[in-house]
Design a protein around this ligand. Structure first.
Ligand SMILES: NC(=O)c1ccc[n+]([C@@H]2O[C@H](COP(=O)([O-])OP(=O)(O)OC[C@H]3O[C@@H](n4cnc5c(N)ncnc54)[C@H](O)[C@@H]3O)[C@@H](O)[C@H]2O)c1
Length: 398
């Protein structure tokens, strides 16, 4: 297995969540195998034991390794000989189960790929950080938008100074699917997302606001200083926010405006970011992810396309591409880029070598803690009529 170097075998994956009728588990399973570096061998796929077992066939997971709970899975996998046992656990459950599953998997010695928001609250996030550090395992958070080639390209251009000093970020994540009170129907995804016990203290802000915040932080490396937030619930009777606008001030004086919405008619998954620097500005939209606009006053606007053979592409942008220009790459490939970077670290760990834990290409435990801190402060600020509250940073993003 050339792509896993000295390890000379595929990494063995277990999936928690992803049962029939669910969304992101299937994306994890697809992204993880895209580069032929991993194979899905085990799973605890649903909170419902029968569905957990029945869903295994959809993934070609053998019956003996289709478990009825994550606890059973970890115990039985740990009892297997080392050359069969899983290497990592992907957590694709609703938010309230991220912490218990990730903690137990790390304590059992396995690497973890955890979906966002990382935990239910900041306390769990801080606790999980200690568990990760003690475990010595690889831990990644699937803020998958950071995996798009042109996002990596933009990040490298910004860190190289091509935009000059960064003054402003405008980021928005706009959806419309929760315009009606979908949680009162049997729509599962809406039901848990609007339940504070399963989603956490924020609705739209926890679900998609964290992605937007992480993207600005990842691309610019700017260190956050303060936040002022106004969250709103526009659908009557909903328990959590479905809209919000926030101002973030960074330590260098830069300002970010961040809007997240789940109630905008007709909007699908419009994550869009504009970054203004003293020398140039860039603009990118995830619904058209193979193009990025670069602007300078007095110059024609430039459209960067995702083109691994073009001289204008940076090494990081090229490394994130899989196929030649003009063939659209998208959500799965970007997701797979998070896996690819984490796999590099897992291979180093499995072959007894040291690996970077803080300044990683993939979003890590520190990004996860920052995200949970951001959610907490936005909710708190909003309850205090937009009072400015501190933000903290601990991920090495510059
Ligand atoms: N990174 C992204 O782009 C992205 C996109 C969508 C969702 N997410 C995140 O992924 C997670 C799942 O979201 P979804 O939309 O796929 O939810 P979903 O409701 O579609 O699926 C959740 C799955 O988890 C299972 N589950 C619940 N409790 C479990 C348990 N104790 N053990 C095993 N399985 C259990 C459910 O049975 C279901 O199969 C959430 O944290 C969400 O925020 C991330």
């Amino acid at each position: 297995m050339a792509t896993n170097g000295d390890l000379n075998r595929k990494l063995r994956m277990a999936l928690v969540g992803g049962g029939s009728g669910s969304f992101i588990g299937r994306v994890h399973a697809t992204a993880a195998v895209l580069d032929n570096r991993a194979t899905l061998v085990a799973g605890a796929l649903s909170s419902n034991p029968e569905r957990a077992k029945a869903s295994a066939a959809d993934y070609d997971i053998p019956e003996a390794r289709a478990y009825t709970s994550y606890q059973e899975m970890l115990e039985k996998e740990n009892a297997l000989p080392e050359d069969q046992r899983i290497d990592f656990v992907s957590v694709a459950t609703p938010n309230h189960m991220h912490f218990p599953v990730a903690k137990a998997a790390l304590e059992a010695g396995f690497n973890v790929m955890c979906d966002k928001p990382m935990t239910l609250n900041l306390e769990e996030a801080e606790e999980l950080k200690k568990v990760v550090e003690k475990s010595g395992a690889v831990f990644a958070v699937t803020h998958n938008y950071t995996g798009y080639p042109l996002i990596r390209q933009a990040r490298e251009m910004i860190l190289n100074g091509d935009l000059g000093e960064i003054n402003a970020i405008r980021v928005q994540y706009i959806q419309g699917w929760l315009r009606t009170k979908l949680e009162d129907t049997d729509q599962k995804q809406a039901a848990w997302r609007s339940d504070p016990a399963k989603s956490g203290a924020a609705g739209a802000y926890g679900d998609i606001g964290t992605h937007a915040y992480n993207l600005g932080r990842y691309m610019t490396g700017l260190l956050p200083d303060k936040v002022s937030s106004h969250l709103a619930t526009f659908v009557e009777g909903r328990k959590l926010d479905d809209y919000g606008t926030t101002i973030i001030r960074y330590e260098n004086g830069a300002l970010c405006t961040l809007t997240a919405s789940q109630i905008s008619h007709g909007r699908e998954n419009d994550l869009a970011i504009e970054i203004d620097g003293t020398k140039a500005a860039i603009q990118w939209r995830q619904e058209n992810p193979n193009e990025m606009i670069f602007r300078q006053n007095g110059e024609p606007h430039q459209i960067y396309t995702r083109n691994p053979d073009a001289p204008f592409m940076s090494p990081m942008g090229v490394a994130a591409c899989r196929i030649p220009a003009g063939h659209p790459e998208g959500f799965f490939e970007a997701f797979a880029n998070i896996y690819r970077a984490a796999f590099d670290a897992m291979v180093l760990r499995a072959t007894g070598k040291d690996f970077e834990k803080k300044d990683t290409l993939y979003p890590n435990i520190h990004d996860g803690v920052e995200g949970m801190y951001f959610i907490q402060q936005c909710v708190d600020s909003s309850q205090k009529d937009g009072a400015w509250l501190p933000l903290k940073h601990e991920a090495a993003r510059r």
